[in-house]
Design a protein around this ligand. Structure first.
Ligand code: MN
Length: 711
């Protein structure tokens, strides 16, 4: 284990201005917090955060990252709290530690590529500071280095798979090739131990047979470049077992058929020298066609820059050569982590060197597709996204503000259409609840449920909105159609005709309707009236026409009309609306007023508002309750006058509650020293229910008067 002063010295070697005090405090704090905890290896647990800090120091990261590395497991695994960390080390460190802690709770649960992709987005969305991700990657690297100490095979494989699918691509996207290679090789060893051993053995065999072939090729390449008048440093290596294995898989060939298992690197001072070196090598050796790639003029999305070529090189060996400048090399190896090196070297964080970083960060801000890790969505968009799980662990990405209804529709349209409730992290919560990152959402469905028009007010996804709208539109059409048919039938009877669709066929064109059903729907929607339809169907009205009694008069006579249109099955909010002035309740005598484009508004027959429709008898529609409305839940409104004394409001609400009335709104409309006037909206079953409540209130001593609101 790295000792305290060794860590501090390492950090100071590349960053003389590092916060020595903070690192020392974090070292001691973490040691005390982890106390006697042990790792699977038997080592003290504390060795893990120290190793992680050491890896971060090798990446030459800033003091805050090193401190975070030391503290990264304290909140999750010890009694230390985030508040403790903030008190000791400040808000910035606390935020970084919190970020790493949250990332550690994410576990990849599925092998599905799309899931892995969503997880990568989730990780990026949660790493608002890129250092959170760097610490997490170092944490993962050390856990992978010590993976073999774990006893359970299943757990080892899960961690290795997660590394391969989640963290390797992230390291790749951040341009951190050295880290990526390490993670990849460790995961490979766990997931395909036989393949890796086979390849390693073959490589060893070739090495022995060739008798130091790599150094000999390096030497010859150096001489060739030197003779060409170029100062360059050349290094050579065998390719990693995993990259060889991938190539064998991709090309479906055996190890022996793989030509170039050796890769050589030429480092020069500037970009012009890269092309110079390329020219020298291409004239000295045979070029393997189709292997030349210029990533200097066209850098990779993660800002990797280099020239690649394939040669039949020294010793007649087929080799791959990468040519790049030392700056390009540092970026290729360290990627985004190189940012802090430049930052620490003060004054160099500008101009061209800074541009690559900006570009790299911009690229990081792009989503990735499974092949190239590139997509055109911005990281900023992930911040606008929320990621939630099904109980089985499937992950769904939704826009921020998404609700369980959005989630249900994302899982399946059928689940959306029939959802009645949601459990979020095990708690039953309203369907309008906004989801948070990492929520587990269980949707409760019922076959009896259909999409509610009210859902449209809180859903945010296009899919949910489209489904709800489509349902509402179809429902609306059905409702207008049923209502319109009833109105037309009634108009026929009132005019003394037997109802038949035949005359309607003849006249529908006059109303610009393609079918008789369209005509009904138009009448139901209030675009035309039943009377106009009848007049068109029977241009010479029979002498029974004078029997027609305008509904406004019928109402005054106060007798129920046997031609009343039942409002059964009409869903409030679509073809049917309950007037806000008089709050009609089942059991009330009611009348409908047809409103163009909105269907019918229901008023109580004694509502004051009706006076303003007296001159338009054609808009009046006799309607009747059916037994079903009683279940729907209706709002009745009462006005109460109450003595202004302590506890009286309590008596009012208690009395209403005892009668089974649910108060949905309450407003003080007038207040004097003696009295309050209060308007109360109560959800009741029907008019009888409301009457009972009013009677009970009148029997309450502190209540002076109670009246039902009348328009
Ligand atoms: Mn850890």
């Amino acid at each position: 284990m790295m000792r305290q002063f060794e860590l501090v010295e390492l950090v100071k070697s590349y960053d003389p201005k590092a916060d020595e005090v903070a690192i020392n405090r974090a070292y001691v704090y973490s040691m005390k917090a982890h106390g006697s905890q042990k790792r699977a290896s038997g080592d003290p647990y504390f060795s893990h955060p120290v190793e992680v800090a050491g890896l971060l120091a090798q990446m030459k990261l800033d003091s805050a990252s090193i401190v975070t590395g030391l503290l990264h497991d304290t909140v999750e695994d010890t009694v230390a709290t985030l508040e403790d960390i903030e008190g000791m080390f400040g808000l910035d460190i606390a935020r970084l530690v919190d970020g790493v802690t949250k990332l550690s709770r994410i576990e990849l649960q599925s092998d599905n590529t799309k899931q892995a992709e969503n997880f990568r987005k989730l990780v990026l969305a949660m790493s608002q500071d890129i250092r959170v991700l760097l610490v997490k990657l170092a944490d993962r690297l050390h856990n992978m280095q010590t993976l073999h100490f774990l006893d359970e095979t299943e757990k080892r494989r899960r961690i290795a798979r997660e590394t391969m699918e989640l963290y390797v691509p992230l390291a790749e996207r951040m341009g951190m090739h050295r880290l990526k290679d390490q993670l990849e090789d460790l995961a490979f060893a766990e997931l395909h131990p036989d393949a890796r051993t086979g390849i390693t053995n073959r490589l060893g065999f070739l090495r022995d047979q060739g008798g130091g072939i790599v150094p000999r090729i390096v030497e010859e390449l150096s001489e060739t470049l030197d003779e060409g008048g170029l100062k360059a440093s050349v290094s050579g290596r065998e390719k990693s077992p995993y990259s060889i294995w991938r190539k064998m898989q991709r090309k479906n060939v055996s190890f022996e058929q793989l030509a170039d298992v050796m890769a050589f690197r030429v480092l020069v001072d500037n970009a012009a020298d890269c092309y110079h070196a390329l020219g020298i090598l291409h004239s000295a050796y045979h070029v393997v066609p189709g292997r030349f790639k210029d990533f200097i003029s066209t850098p990779k999305p993660n800002n990797y820059r280099s020239l690649h070529t394939g040669l039949i090189g020294p010793q007649k060996q087929r080799i791959e050569v990468q040519i790049r400048t030392r700056d390009m090399h540092e970026i290729a190896e360290l990627g985004v982590a190189a940012h802090w090196i430049y930052k620490q070297q003060g004054g160099r964080v500008d101009g061209r060197q800074y541009r690559w970083l900006r570009e790299l960060l911009e690229i990081l801000e792009h989503a990735s597709n499974p092949e190239e890790f590139l997509e055109h969505t911005k990281l900023a968009m992930f911040q606008d996204q929320v990621f939630a799980f099904t109980p089985k662990g499937d992950l769904f990405a939704l826009p921020r503000g998404a609700t369980p209804v959005d989630f249900a529709y994302a899982v399946h349209s059928q689940i959306g259409d029939t959802c009645v409730g949601a459990k979020i992290n095990g708690r039953l919560l309203p369907l309008r609840t906004e989801l948070s990152n990492g929520d587990q959402v269980e949707i409760i469905t019922s076959k009896a449920q259909t999409p509610s028009p009210t859902w449209e007010r809180f859903v945010v996804t296009g899919k949910a909105r489209a489904r709800i709208r489509r349902f509402v539109r179809t429902q609306q059409r059905t409702q207008y159609l049923d209502l319109g048919r009833a109105i037309v039938q009634k108009a026929f009877r009132q005019a003394g005709h037997d109802f038949s669709e035949r005359p309607l066929e003849a006249i529908r064109a006059q109303f610009n309707c393609e079918t008789v059903e369209d005509l009904y729907a138009a009448v139901g929607e209030g675009l035309t009236t039943g009377k106009l339809v009848v007049n068109a169907a029977f241009p010479q009205p029979p002498d029974t026409a004078n029997k027609v009694v305008p509904l406004s008069q019928a109402r005054r006579r106060g007798r129920p009309n046997e031609t009343a249109v039942p409002i059964r099955g009409l869903i409030p909010g679509m073809a049917l609306h309950f007037a806000g002035c008089c709050h009609p309740l089942p059991g009330d005598r009611i009348v409908g007023i047809v409103t163009t484009g909105k269907g019918v508004t229901i008023h109580t027959i004694d509502c004051d508002t009706l006076g303003s429709f007296a001159d338009e008898p054609e808009r009046w529609l006799d309607v009747a309750w059916t037994s079903e409305e009683a279940d729907a839940g209706h709002t009745g409104r009462i006005n109460v006058t109450l003595a202004n004394e302590p506890g009286n409001l309590g008596s009012l609400t208690t009395t209403i509650g005892k009668q089974g009335g649910n108060i949905s709104n309450l407003k003080i409309t007038n207040r004097s020293t003696d009295f309050f006037e209060i308007m109360v909206d109560i959800e009741v079953a029907d008019v009888k229910h409301l009457t009972n409540i009013i009677a009970a209130l009148r029997a309450t001593p502190v209540i002076n008067s109670v009246e039902r609101a009348r328009g």
